[in-house]
Design a protein around this ligand. Sequence first.
Ligand code: CP3
Length: 339
Amino acid sequence: MKKDLFLNALACQNRGRKPVWIMRQAGRFLPEYRALREKHSLTEMFFTPELMVEATLLPMKVIQPDAAILFSDILMVAKALGLELTFLDKVGPVVRPLVKTKEDVLALTERNIYECLGFVAKAIKELKNILPTPLIGFCGAPFTVASYLIEENHAEGLHHTKKWLYQNPESFQLLLEKITRVSISYIEMQMEAGVEAVQIFDSFAHVLSKPLLKVFSFPYLQKIINAVKARGIPVIVFMRGSCLRAEELAALSPSGISFDWQEPLTHLRKKVPSQIAMQGNFDPHLLFASHEVIRKTVKETLQEMNHDPGYIVNLGHGILPETEVEKVQTFIGAVKDAG
Ligand code: CP3
């Protein structure tokens, strides 16, 4: 057994205190991150290995979680499909040209991953020399990435994506297949460079009904899960709406499932076999409560999950940018104190 809390919990064999990390921990809630962003544009941040390393390390010093997540973005694979990717301040990722038709899908060329994203491997290798904890690599799930290649604006509810998948499922699936192939190459590069766990983000799959999930999300998630597990690396699946889909996600046999806050973990555990780890599922807004309420809420959940060797503490989705650092420290401190 490894000496590491996070990896042990992911293997459902943790007998020590519960491990904790926070989605989007390398981001705007940290004053140190905001200071870095005053000096560098987002595009610079995501394409410069030295800055990726620096951003990844910031939360390790300030909030001391039990795992690090690489500072990068799920849209990086757009580069591996020959698309142009920039990040606009206050907007986020911008992909050009957008993929709108079957012809656009056919025109996407799959590039050598080391040639277009080799700098990510460089950042990972550098981090491996410095980090005191395991490093989590990640990619987007094909459905979620596809939605970013198609939509100009996600606030519109994935209108164009859903219209396409009903009107022309074959070409939509061809797009998903292409994204899956480059995502597997991308994640294999990350594993070769040294990430010790992988998380797949299917952040927008909640717009799909159960039958549609089975066609347009799960088969592609399964391929990525299998590719990661084939290398002996654990893999966590994150999906908004995961509480509603616990059985279906468990059927994909990931190493862990990251849950949102809609259901208590004790209920979810009845649907998730004991060899699959559970991660989550505190409401990100809990961190706006008083220090006392944060401590009490953490304590109650940890009491319920105390005997579960496959539990990893996290929020149910990314930390909100306006969260106070002291509240995060209280949250993490409460997990560590529960010992
Ligand atoms: O700390 C970490 O979790 C590691 C890094 C990370 C980022 N993005 C950095 C980032 C991770 C794991 C992601 C995943 C990601 N990116 C997702 C899936 C997770 C989720 O939250 O559902 C999605 C949908 C994206 C796409 C994306 N990237 C959007 C929509 C935006 C703009 C809106 C926003 O949340 O800021 C980004 C930009 C982005 N990616 C930032 C960071 C830290 C913001 C940086 C800034 O404004 O300075």
